[in-house]
Design a protein around this ligand. Structure first.
Ligand code: SAM
Length: 499
């Protein structure tokens, strides 16, 4: 097959299936690499570690050879590479595009990395200055990819959409719990790599379509829409993976406002995003306005907020390999753009939508999310159920309900020197579940919370608290319910039936 200059793979199904067998026989997998390199996170390392990792792969078994080629980016002599790919011919691998000849050696033009029990090819990282990013660069698994992977609500669904698929990762993992996945991208090079990845992993229920935003799925609806889009806010239009091509956070806004029309009833859309804080306007109001009349409940999780100086420097250092002067000029350009656009800060986070046509759709924000880790998908789903509970449960029913403390919560007390001894400064309630965040707690609620054992109705706990405080139930019930609503909505305390 005739490939364009920057289209890496030939996509020969039979060859790719045999490659899968060869890689599996070598144990080129998360576990195999972990055992060989004795590293917690074997696929993430600094360039200065390469000599040490070359040493650890000196026995040159097929696994060692594949680690050198696909993780370390090292050239391997033709003889050693031929031995590793046997019984296939080395030409099969170079013809397909996974390896390329380099004198007496071969190299891997792309990385091939195990993740989520898959093997995923993408372009080598540009961060460490080895590779100059091209406009059609296909990014590897960055923090936002991992947040979305961890945070995806993994229910069995009919149709799923991975918009802006890049190397294909979100769609590939979705294919395990979706009857049919559509993965789209504007970058033909990304689609070629994503197709290769689907074939290498033997996944046959993914359709790939080229096009911008929702154009390739104009009249279609989905049970799950995943988007990790090019969300950077900048004056640049240089890289498909980074620059959405609209002013400010306009690209993210366009996706969020267009997505609801493509969701089935009860369907979820999850998007990683960055949004601007504009002068004179609360950012929460802006996001809320985007979603007005959308027919979706919306949950915004804010992970961090950066000033323009830091924000620009972080993005530019990922791709800018020019002189320090050129770096400074680009940074200045971004700063001037932020100033002219009234952008005072930028937040990073995730937004989840659930289609529930109603006149009173819910919108809520969780601030200071520390991480979106393993198990976050279940936490996202539970978050929507908890908000439903809070919205529909009347006060009297709250008092009859026996709540349970979520097992993943911890309480931290901070004490300051008192006169004499220690004085309680604050009590922090931490949620260590898939979505990690913290909140402050009124000291009087600690005992009440500790007694949320799943069998004692809240009313009894309020009575006990009133007695301790020497007051009437009626004096405290409204404030306790207010705190409990907040704690339940945030998943610190769970009603029956929601775990
Ligand atoms: C940050 S990458 C995400 C890749 C992958 N989904 C992940 O989670 O790692 C963003 C992807 O969106 C694609 N993209 C950029 N503009 C787009 C548009 N207008 N419509 C659809 N996809 C677009 C880029 O080509 C790139 O592959």
């Amino acid at each position: 097959m005739n490939r364009g200059a920057r289209i890496p793979f030939c996509l020969n199904g039979e060859t790719i299936a045999r490659m899968r067998e060869v890689l599996a026989a070598a144990d080129y997998s998360e576990l195999g690499i972990y055992h060989r390199l004795q590293a917690e996170d074997a696929v993430r390392f600094e360039p200065r570690e390469i000599p040490r990792l070359m040493e650890m792969t000196r026995r040159k078994t097929p696994l060692d050879i594949f680690i050198r080629l696909f993780l370390l980016g090292a050239p391997v002599p033709v003889g050693a590479a031929s031995g590793a790919v046997a019984p296939m011919a080395l030409d099969d691998w170079t013809d397909e595009g996974l390896l390329s000849a380099d004198g007496d050696a071969v190299r891997a033009p792309l990385q091939l990395v195990p993740a989520s029990r898959l093997l995923v090819a993408f372009d080598p990282s540009t961060r460490h200055g080895v590779v100059e990013a091209q406009p059609d660069h296909v990014h590897g698994l960055g923090m936002s990819s991992l947040n979305l992977l961890n945070g995806t609500i993994r229910r069995e669904v009919g149709a799923a959409l991975d918009l802006g698929t890049g190397c294909g990762i979100q769609g590939l993992v979705c294919a395990r719990h979706s009857r049919r996945v559509i993965s789209t991208d504007v970058n033909p090079r990304a689609l070629n790599i994503a197709r290769f990845n689907a074939m290498l992993n033997g996944l046959e229920n993914i359709l790939f379509r080229e096009g911008s935003r929702f154009d390739p799925v104009e009249r279609e609806r989905f049970d799950l829409i995943l988007m990790n889009p090019p969300f950077a806010i900048s004056p640049d239009r240089r890289f498909w993976f980074r620059d959405g091509g609209m002013a400010g956070d306009g690209f993210v806004k366009a996706l969020i406002t267009e997505a609801p029309a493509h969701l089935n009833e009860g369907g979820f859309c999850q998007i990683t995003a960055q949004w601007a804080h504009r002068r004179g306007e609360a950012w929460t109001d802006r996001l809320k306005r985007w979603l007005e009349g959308s027919g979706c409940d919306a949950w915004v999780l804010r992970m961090k907020t950066q000033n323009p100086e830091t924000y620009a420097a972080n993005w530019i250092s990922e791709t800018e390999k020019n002189s320090p002067q050129a770096y400074r000029e680009r940074w200045r350009g971004w700063m001037a753009y932020f100033e002219a656009s009234g952008i005072e800060a930028v937040s990073t986070g995730m937004i989840a939508l659930r289609r529930r046509p109603s006149i009173d759709n819910d919108f809520w924000v969780t601030e200071d999310v520390e991480s979106i880790g393993d198990g976050a998908g279940a936490a996202f789903y539970r978050g929507f159920l908890l908000r439903d509970f809070v919205r529909r449960t009347r006060d009297a029913a709250w008092l009859d309900t026996a709540f349970t403390l979520a097992p993943e919560i911890r309480i931290e007390k901070s004490l300051t020197p008192g006169m004499p001894g220690w004085a309680l400064e604050k009590i922090i309630l931490r949620h260590l579940g898939g979505i990690r965040f913290a909140g402050q707690l009124d000291g009087r609620m600690i005992d009440l919370l500790g007694r949320c054992d799943g069998s004692t109705p809240l009313g009894h706990l309020v009575d006990a608290l009133a007695e301790t405080m020497g007051t009437d139930r009626g004096d405290i019930v409204a404030s306790v319910l207010g705190v409990m609503r907040n704690l339940v909505a945030r998943g610190f305390v769970l009603p029956p039936g929601i775990l």
